[in-house]
Ligand binder design. Structure first.
Ligand SMILES: Cc1cc2nc3c(=O)[nH]c(=O)nc-3n(C[C@H](O)[C@H](O)[C@H](O)COP(=O)(O)O)c2cc1C
Length: 186
């Protein structure tokens, strides 16, 4: 698959087939994705890979948080939905106390995630980068063992796509691109 084709056709996948993705395949994709640019080679990332069994308590925590937010009772832990991802990958960043370094590091982790998503797409594997609103809540951090010097950047849902959404057109480039500086016309 050509790079341009992967970039254009990759979609965020939210509904997955039952078939599991090999852990070694996910590791291979991550191995390559780590060659993302990162300023001063901080390599500010680490990962926790969750299979379907590990996803159950996480999904339960997410559903409980959503219910509590809406003032509803906390639900019982339910089995995963039929179209649940094969794996989830928690992507964790080192939080540097210097704002500039933190921003650069966030950029680096984002580049890694896009690398990973494109490499996965090339192999017919779908990914969505999810950022649930309460990602930085204490219970979530405890469950994933995220330290006080770290943050969760997202949960990547990974699996073979059951549904591929239609492409959402982007705004015209001309509305986003300006050529050059305003020059003094005198
Ligand atoms: C930082 C970031 C956070 C996102 N968070 C979510 C999310 O919480 N839930 C979700 O369904 N999609 C999430 N997405 C996926 C976007 O909704 C998706 O990229 C967008 O709709 C464009 O669709 P496409 O990726 O298929 O081109 C996120 C994407 C990014 C880059």
């Amino acid at each position: 698959m050509e790079l341009r084709e992967a970039i254009l056709n990759r979609r965020s996948i939210r509904s997955f087939k039952k078939e599991e993705v090999d852990v070694t395949t996910i590791e291979e994709l991550l191995e390559i994705a780590r060659y993302a640019p990162n300023h001063k080679m901080t390599q500010p990332w680490r990962f926790v890979l969750l299979d379907r069994q590990d996803q159950a308590p996480l999904q339960h925590l997410i559903k409980s948080k959503k219910a509590l937010k809406k003032g509803k009772p906390v639900p019982e832990q339910e089995p995963l939905s039929d179209d649940a991802p094969s794996h989830m990958l928690a992507v964790i960043i080192d939080v540097n106390e210097k704002e500039k370094v933190y921003r650069d590091d966030y950029g680096a982790v984002s580049s890694l995630i896009q690398n990973f998503s494109l490499l996965a797409w090339e192999k017919g594997i779908g990914v969505v980068w999810k950022t649930p609103g309460f990602m930085q809540d204490e219970e979530m951090k405890q469950l994933l063992e995220v330290s006080e010097h770290e943050e969760l950047v997202g949960l990547l849902h990974i699996g073979y796509p059951a549904v591929v959404p239609k492409m959402k057109e982007r705004e015209p480039l001309q509305s986003k691109l300006r050529h050059g500086l305003t020059r003094d016309t005198q």
